[in-house]
Design a protein around this ligand. Structure first.
Ligand SMILES: [Zn+2]
Length: 344
């Protein structure tokens, strides 16, 4: 079926976002994913779903299929245009490039079997609490869609969420871990009492961006209301350079905020105040989900991006004293839920 901007059930903000050009696998109006009391059980999609969209850099149309996957398989990618190629995990130690976007690759053939620009989908999966999914794409890059996560959350909600009978494992950060970049940039994870909270600050010479800060305790509702629709952004000079070397061909003023000094070149301006900082937070949520599990931690980023986010995860997992799987109430509750279901 074709999806138009007249669909019901989605948030009002996503009506402004560019939805996938074509979506199949929907039987009815999009709905919120299944909400169950089993927050500590793993999930997957209830149904597969397909869309087509334009890849940001190559500008070609790619097919994307999101499919249910079994417990403990995590988020995995597969290239449908390379026959017989294996799937590979969306894990921090499989990230091979972070310069323009987060790029994941298969360790057996990282030069061919790779998928770029995974971060906006990863953020949507994290916020919608999808633990296991197979992402099949017919090219080396995910479609850019709305330049944010709203189109992906739309797909996930259309597909529905299914709870599995396997407890979820949550990574608990046990001590502060910090990595630093140039010009005072840093990213840090700290112990936290519950869930994932994030705070980010950025400082850009372009006056239209300037200094901005945004913080959030991650949950699906706040993600949808405050971050999911916030687009990626780029300097006019940078996008002109990228396009001169054959990149960013699929970019447009609908999918990115383009900044030129104190001016924003998009005729409609920003979607919301501090859209830049909010998008950086969205990116961090997606990059952190490459830990392979949900996280109990506090994240602080200053002028951070994909490179520091990945460096941070590598630093966390380089020392077993930095983290553990939360022994918690979370698994005890999940076991109780399982027992109750078996007894019923
Ligand atoms: Zn982004």
């Amino acid at each position: 079926m074709q999806v138009t901007s007249t669909h019901g059930g989605n948030t009002a903000k996503s009506l402004d976002a560019r939805q996938p050009e074509k979506v199949s696998g929907i039987d009815g109006a999009p709905s919120r994913p299944e909400r169950s009391g089993s927050k500590n059980l793993q999930t997957t999609l209830a149904n597969p779903i397909h869309c087509q969209g334009i890849a940001l850099h190559s500008g070609v149309t790619v097919d994307l299929v999101l499919s249910p996957a079994p417990a403990n398989s995590g988020v995995r990618f597969q290239r449908s245009d390379i026959e017989g190629s294996p799937s590979f995990p969306a894990l921090y130690n499989h990230i091979v490039d972070t310069r323009l976007s987060t790029v994941v690759a298969c360790e057996t053939d990282p030069s061919s079997l790779r998928v770029a620009t995974i971060e906006h989908l990863m953020a949507a999966l994290s916020a919608c609490e999808i633990d296991n999914i197979l992402v099949t794409v017919s090219g080396p890059e995910l479609p850019v869609l709305d330049g944010a996560s709203d189109a992906f959350t739309f797909l996930i909600r259309c597909a529905g969420r299914k709870t599995l009978e396997t407890p979820r494992q949550v990574i608990e950060i046990l001590r502060n871990v910090r990595v630093e970049g140039e010009n005072g940039a840093f990213a840090e994870l700290r112990p936290a009492q519950r869930g994932l909270s994030l705070a980010i600050s950025l400082s850009f010479p372009a006056q239209a961006i300037g200094n901005q800060r945004y913080a959030i305790q991650l949950d699906e509702r706040r993600f949808m209301e405050e971050l999911a629709f916030c687009r990626t952004f780029v300097n006019r000079k940078d996008i002109e350079y990228l396009q001169s070397i054959g990149l960013a061909r699929g970019g447009s003023l609908e999918t990115a905020v383009v900044v030129d000094g104190e001016n924003i070149l998009n005729p409609a301006g920003l979607k919301i105040e501090r859209e830049f900082a909010r998008h950086k937070l969205l990116d961090a949520i997606g990059d952190l989900y490459c830990a392979g599990h949900r996280m109990q931690a506090g994240f602080i980023g200053h002028k951070s991006g994909h490179t520091l986010n990945n460096k941070l995860l590598r630093a966390v997992f380089s020392d077993a004293a930095n983290w553990r799987f939360a022994p918690t109430g979370s698994s005890r509750t999940a076991t109780k839920t399982l027992r109750a279901r078996v007894a019923a």
